[in-house]
Design a protein around this ligand. Sequence first.
Ligand SMILES: Nc1ncnc2c1ncn2[C@@H]1O[C@H](COP(=O)(O)OP(=O)(O)OP(=O)(O)O)[C@@H](O)[C@H]1O
Length: 741
Amino acid sequence: MIPVPLSELLALLDKLHAPVNKAALTQAYARAQTVPPLTDRPQDQVRGLLSDAGMKDVRLALLPWRRFDPRHLPALMWHEQAWWLAERHIEGGNTDTLTLTREGAESRTLAPDDIVTGAPGTAAGDETAVLWFSLASHVQSENLSDSENPAMRLVWRELLRDRSWVFRVVAATLLVNILAIPTSLFAMQVYDRVVPTLAWATLTTLVVGMVLVVGLDWLLKTLRARIMDSVASSVDKRLSQHVYEHLLHLQLDQQPGSLGTLAAQVGALDSVRQVVSAGLVFGIVDLPFAFLFIGLIGLIGGPVGWVYLGMLPVALALGLYTRLRLRRLTRQQMLRSNERLGLLVDSIRGAETLRASHAGWRFAQDWQTLSNSIAGYSIQQKSLTQFCTNTTGSLSTLAYVMGIVVGVWGVEAGYLTTGGMVACSILGGRVIGPVSQGVQYLMQWQQVREALDMVNNLLRKPTERRPGQTLLLPDRLPQHIGVEKLRFAFPQSPVQQLNIPALHFHAGERVLLLGPVGGGKSTLLKILAGLYRPGEGRVRLGDADLWEIDPQLVSAQVGYLPQAVQLFKGTLRSNLMLAGAVSDTTLTEVTRDLALDQVAAGNPLGMDMAISEGGSGLSGGQRQLVGLARVLMSRPRIWLLDEPTASLDGEAETRVWKALQARLQPEDILIVATHRPMAAVNFATRVLVVQEGTVVRDGAPDKVMPGLMARATASRPTVEVMNVKTRMPAASNSAGVLNGR
Ligand SMILES: Nc1ncnc2c1ncn2[C@@H]1O[C@H](COP(=O)(O)OP(=O)(O)OP(=O)(O)O)[C@@H](O)[C@H]1O
């Protein structure tokens, strides 16, 4: 790689608003020209130059593009033998494009997937890479998990991010309310001035005025609705994105168990936003105006005002009572609805098993029980809200009637005219409206509280890295990975799944991880991959704690193959290139070595053959091969493979080991959890047996394997053939060997 040009570096620092002295950096560049470089690593060169220019605390890393998260752009990109300033643009809210610019060249606009890596003949140094600066100003995420009510804080933060809408909506609502005053005064003038004298000219003037008022009122209400809709849509987008990304970055061992709950948690903020934004305007404008109108009624009609004022505490008591009674019902209904959603997802995913084991009736029964229970709660809830709505309606009519009655007394007593009485009735309508609305809010608030609780449960769960955490960007390739004083237990699990005082793996090691079913192999691999965070102890990647390192760097170094490979809706190609585009040559080579090309060859669409949701369309073994292909294409330094050949036949298994060996660099670390060690034992350098969460054996294959084989043979059942006891032959996968007992 050639050194990073000054112009591109300055352009990036400018984009990042980094406090750099341009003149000092230019001088540092000039000084660097006069001496031979101490290092040919661009990250070290840039660090040196920046340090020379007075920017000491710079953290940067060089990452392969395929492992880089484009949301962290802008950055400098090494692409087609040149350094570019890469920026990300989101057009129309969804199309993601990259713009590459550099001095003296035409700028380019590309889709992230257009940048392929590992092009034919590319050495590691020629591959598209990103030089990424981690600056303090870059870390924008807020730590919501410490907050008492993170969901509410999030809703407020998003609603008030741009406060101008509040002023506009409040101003519009204010005017709408003010316009109600001339409406009532119109009636008063007509009754008191026009009707007694039949003054048509006055009536015409009043009507013209009212037409203007009505027009303005219509315009203001339309504008207000538009503003509210656009705020709602942008807030919804940001809220759902935030909650979804929080979910994606949740510590995997902390994810909620129920899928229904999880789905409901992600969607629940929507109802919160609606009530909070409408409630905000209600609280700021409508409610104070209700009091203003009561005052106005009092001014015109004297005691009539007391009638409407007296209605307020009754309505408030009604709303609070309903809310209290709704609390239990709403909670139960939500819980059951979540359970039912979970059941639905489970039965769709497990349709085959249900059909094969004739267990459908059991699920149908559960569905019916849940539906009955939801319907029961729903009926109770509806009748309660109906009761409240009807009572508020009757209360309003009563207030209106009482207002008229008291008004008649006023007319009799002489302090109120007929027109004044009509005006009081019209203004009374402006009091009744907000009061009924307030009662509705009180009822809805109960639902919102439940929804908030649900989202809070999700947002309080820890993410893989603390928001705002200063992450390490080590730039040396890790020479070892390991755990120290490790203790791990799943949440709510009374037993400890792993307890390992110390375990280290060094460069060049090829390790087989054996042990009985449920022994803890997968959990250990997930901990080493940085997917599960241990409750106690440390995971070390090189010299640093893995959880202190930027996750992009971890995933650039560590490749993990899960036991159950997940495929996603798309094509075979999109599933293979899940982590980013690779060159067609790399794709062809890997698929050929794993014989996955035969799958594509058998389909007229080839690599573009459709994969449906949940990954149906491929066999179990083929899925495993897709998972392996993903890891092989990502070329990690540390390979963590969980049962890579469990679903494969002997031939495919041999092919997998060959493909893997061809790609393993001498310094790479390979750790394979398997129940079929025999095909891999010849190239293994170390065998570990994990049982009941601890390492019970650890040594060279020739030391550990004979003992395991002997035990496996001894534990194999015997059959009696014509009175001769014979030991059962060993199965090719030697499952017994793995028990380690
Ligand atoms: N999500 C989970 N919640 C609670 N306990 C779990 C969870 N996943 C695994 N376990 C428990 O952790 C223990 C270790 O499981 P793990 O999957 O690591 O075993 P394993 O050695 O990989 O087994 P196998 O050989 O069957 O794949 C088991 O006792 C299992 O029941």
